[in-house]
Design a protein. Structure first.
Length: 186
């Protein structure tokens, strides 16, 4: 990977309780999970991301809510996809939910990533779900690495996990930044 100098980037990842799933899936894990059954909570979260992290952010959601949440985002966002080769199949749910959209804002430009010498990041990732993490929806390391690469993150950047849940994404950031030349963060 080509190293390019420049100031650190401040960026965030948000994986809130999915719209309509707050109470049923996350009520026992997040004290404000019920709030996220309302579109207003998602609108407030997007406003926070835009205000506090103008350089770059990523937001996870589920496919049924994409139509409602995408219009709340600023023009110029990108939508990527997390495709799950192994997913949980539920009785009477057809088709199965085997992918999740991720909304991306900002990040480093192609020139800041090293121009033509930089690797190109796909707008999707294929990564299996996690099991037995103690938190519903815990993200796999490969997924988190994709988020960092999509935004053009570098070791030394300031990362904020707004819904830390199991802590998997923050641990992935520590691993990723360690392998890319920075000290571990807590």
């Amino acid at each position: 990977m080509t190293r390019v100098s420049g100031p650190p980037m401040r960026f965030a990842y948000a994986d809130p309780p999915y719209l309509g799933c707050g109470v049923t899936h996350y009520g026992h894990q997040h004290e404000r999970a019920a709030d996220y059954d309302s579109l207003d909570a998602h609108a407030a979260l997007i406003d926070r991301l835009v205000r506090e992290f103008p350089e770059a952010w990523a937001l996870s959601l589920h496919s049924p809510s994409l139509r409602a949440i995408l219009p709340l985002c600023p023009e110029g966002v990108r939508v990527g996809g997390w495709f799950k080769p192994f997913a949980s199949f539920k009785p009477n749910v057809n088709p199965a939910y085997c992918w999740e959209p991720v909304i991306f804002w900002g990040g480093r430009s192609a020139a800041e990533r090293g121009g033509r010498k930089a690797l190109t990041t796909r707008d999707y990732v294929e990564a299996g779900i996690t099991l037995k993490r103690g938190t519903s929806g815990a993200k796999p390391e490969r997924f988190a690495f994709w988020i960092f690469e999509f935004l053009g993150a570098r070791a030394g950047d300031e990362f904020h996990d707004l819904f830390p849940g199991s802590g998997a994404v923050t641990r992935a950031w520590n691993t990723w930044s360690w392998h890319n030349g920075a000290e571990r963060i807590s």
